[in-house]
Design a protein around this ligand. Structure first.
Ligand code: NAD
Length: 381
């Protein structure tokens, strides 16, 4: 079975397989080929792939001969003409933001597998690209905040007087939020955090930060399915807004990460609340692509509103391309390896089999197309 690693478009520096995962997949009997220059921008040379056992090929060969096509972003179907019928396309295929592509994949006869729809179950943790990339994004958000904020993070006692520690408030304590708290603590900031899921309170405390929570309000629907947040009641939203208003006026840095799957990001900071913040404060909005948690946030831009700098981040993990590619690639390799049928014999080669059982929760969670049809329940009908 031939696995092709595709080179990404100009704006995407990550790659879906690194030499380490090439080696792992090849050891299972898969034949690896990598498009020339695919790993270059993440720091992985063609020579390193060759050393790991891959053959370097041109794009046409990668697409036309691959039984499995690996990408970080899903390519436009027009770029995949000539792909083998029944070949697997594996990557972050953006079924929610690019639904129009899915029919194209079906039309080409590809079996498209969207890694970002990986179910949140223990067995799938090592395959979860959203978690691995969010972790890096949470770290980078704090590093960017520190670079944008024109003051220091830690308390410093100097002969010329004391520098007060920066006050950092993290809103949304999922994977990115937890890493943001940990990073801000390491830099010496005074950190507080909030979420709608009460389970996060202990996690915040365990990182040495202060939990800021709405208490005793009826109708909290914050605990959604699969560990995700749900929509909150109107009463909760009001109580949360009051709590936030009182708190953010005292903050120097706010990092927002709140997301609700399949919906626009919840609005956590209004223009009126921004006006209460100190000029020179910085907000890093990790939900910018989903509409933003902060009023006035523009995805991909830094705007200044009431003297507060609002950074609308887009795919922040990309800025750490080497690590992001390594984690992403391991997620993909873990997924492939989990579905490789055990073959006896040492010959490997063409005897390697990748089998996706129709009744497996992971398969039904991520399979978008098969046999020329769109098969995912969230997409059909
Ligand atoms: P996410 O990216 O979906 O959302 C970020 C955070 O925003 C969440 O904690 C959410 O509760 C919070 N949020 C939503 N609306 C909010 C609001 N109005 N105000 C404040 N906060 C709000 O979340 P995530 O990072 O993917 O993680 C969510 C949970 O799922 C975590 O407990 C994580 O450990 C778990 N998880 C499990 C697996 C697995 O088992 N395979 C994989 C990934 C995540």
């Amino acid at each position: 079975m031939i696995v092709s690693v595709l080179k990404e478009a100009a704006e995407e520096p990550r790659v879906a397989a690194i030499p380490e995962t090439v080696k792992k997949l090849a050891a299972k009997g898969l034949t690896l080929q990598v498009e020339h220059g695919a790993g270059e921008r993440a720091g992985f040379s063609d020579a390193a792939y060759e050393e790991a056992g891959a053959k370097m090929v041109d794009r046409e060969t990668a697409i036309s001969s691959g039984d499995m096509l690996l990408g970080v972003q899903g390519p436009d179907p027009s770029q995949l003409k000539g792909a083998k019928k029944g070949a697997y396309l594996i990557g972050a295929l953006s079924p929610a933001t690019h639904p129009e592509r899915i029919g194209g994949y079906a039309g080409l006869g590809l079996e498209a597998l969207a890694m970002e729809w990986m179910p949140r179950i223990t067995r799938a943790q090592s395959m979860d690209i959203l978690s691995s990339q969010s972790n890096l994004a949470g770290y980078k958000a704090v590093v960017d905040a520190a670079a944008t904020y024109e003051r220091a993070f830690p308390m410093m006692m100097t002969a010329a007087g004391t520098v007060s520690p920066a006050k950092v408030f993290v809103m949304g304590v999922g994977v990115a939020g937890l890493q943001a708290i940990a990073t801000a603590k390491r830099l010496g900031a005074q950190v507080s955090a909030t979420d709608v899921r009460s389970a996060t309170k202990e996690q915040i405390k365990s990182l040495g930060a202060k939990p800021i929570f709405v208490e005793n309000v009826e109708g909290i629907e914050g605990e959604g399915q699969g560990g995700y947040a749900g929509e909150t009641s109107e009463e909760y939203k009001k109580a949360q807004a009051e709590l936030v208003s009182g708190h953010i006026a005292k903050q120097d840095i706010v990092i927002t990460t709140a997301l609700i799957p399949g919906r626009p990001a919840p609005r956590l900071i209004s223009d009126a609340q921004l006006a209460t913040m100190k000029p020179g404060s910085v907000i890093i909005d990790l939900a910018a692509e989903a509409g933003g948690n902060v009023e006035g946030c523009v995805a991909g831009e830094t705007t200044t509103v009431h003297g507060v700098k609002i950074v609308g981040t887009v795919q922040l993990a990309r800025d750490l391309a080497g690590d992001a590619a390594a984690l992403f690639s391991r997620n993909i390799a873990n997924f492939i390896l989990a579905f490789m049928a055990e073959e006896e014999g040492e010959s490997g080669g063409d005897s390697a089999r990748f089998v996706l059982p129709d009744d497996d929760e992971i398969v039904t969670g991520i399979r978008l197309t098969k046999d020329g049809k769109i098969v995912h329940e969230r997409l059909s009908g």
